[in-house]
Design a protein around this ligand. Structure first.
Ligand SMILES: [Zn+2]
Length: 308
């Protein structure tokens, strides 16, 4: 090894690996003893209507690739909205700005009661690869564009890469977002801690387990094509919900209209919502509603701490 080469991770001093781990960390878990309305558990369903932006962000512009995304807007979105209305379930739609510009009427529906629209990047860019200023510009543009199209300013963000660059956390705090929904340190909402300091920013965690894409999507030219039977996925999500219900916590789910909107898969969402609806004491919340409840719990903990 020459002197110019950076040390390998196994050569890092303790201060180095601690610094990496501490940069963005999970702080207090923000789960009230009862959810609004006295509910035992909370359910927060989200959709990422990425549509054409998945191929576009990689510069893939062929009609075949774009058509797969177009299906989400043309077929999936309507089916999803009808199903949510049928079950009286609110949802949060994290929509890339380019997707909203391509489908403005759809974006307006997402921003209308009882639903919520949230930021999901400009063109679903790989945000962890961007320079700080570029990432900041795209998040600002994305929020302003959704606000312009829908008339309501998004308060939440889900980063397109489900990950942070070195500057993402500072950027979303400075832009005044109330919550993020991109990280995976817990099943329940928590406060993000930056370099040991609580930020006040609520994290509503996601997980690949509760995302339709890893189970159902495939790479056309890849030799490995994982596929899970939709009804097996239903079983996984019911197990996730049942445990969240027992724990008095949150069941959070991420779906994509171009993935779940297919006939054989929509069955899963229909049966899942029916299963959850069979429980009386469940609070169906948008992610913004959930962030408000989490912040109220943080305030309660602060007050309890101050008076003890
Ligand atoms: Zn996405």
């Amino acid at each position: 090894m020459t002197a110019a080469e950076p040390p390998q991770p196994w050569q890092w001093p303790e201060a180095t690996w601690r610094e990496h781990v501490e940069s963005v960390r999970a702080g207090r878990r923000l789960v009230p003893s009862r959810w609004p309305g006295g509910a035992r558990a909370a359910v927060a369903i989200s959709f990422d209507p990425d549509h054409e932006t998945i191929p576009l962000r990689d510069g893939e512009t062929s009609p075949g690739r774009l058509a797969q995304g177009e299906y989400g807007a043309r077929v999936g979105a309507g089916r999803v909205l009808d199903l949510l209305a049928e079950h009286h379930v609110p949802a949060t739609f994290f929509m890339p700005a380019v997707s909203a510009l391509l489908h403005p009427e759809e974006a307006k529906e997402y921003a209308s009661e009882p639903h919520e629209i949230g930021v999901h990047g400009w063109i679903h860019e790989r945000n962890t690869l961007l320079a700080e200023q570029d990432e900041r510009t795209l998040i600002s543009w994305a929020r302003d564009t959704l606000a312009e199209i829908t008339g309501s300013v998004p308060t939440g963000i889900r980063t397109p890469s489900w990950d942070f660059s070195d500057s993402t956390l500072d950027t979303i705090r400075q832009l005044g977002f109330d919550y993020d929904s991109s990280l995976m340190a817990d099943d329940e909402p928590y406060e993000i801690v930056a370099e040991g300091t609580p930020t006040g920013l609520v994290e509503i965690p996601v997980d690949w387990i509760r995302d339709d894409a890893p189970y159902f999507t495939m790479d056309r030219y890849g030799s490995v094509r994982p596929y899970t039977r939709p009804r097996d996925v239903l079983e996984i999500w019911i197990d996730e919900f049942d445990a969240a219900y027992r724990d008095g916590g949150v069941f959070q789910l991420t779906l994509h209209p171009h993935v779940i909107g297919h006939r054989s898969r929509l069955v899963v969402l229909r049966e899942l919502l029916a299963h959850i609806r069979a429980h009386r004491d469940v609070w169906f919340a948008t992610h913004a509603d959930l962030a408000v409840a989490a912040r109220a719990e943080a305030t309660r903990l602060d007050t309890a701490g101050a008076s003890s």
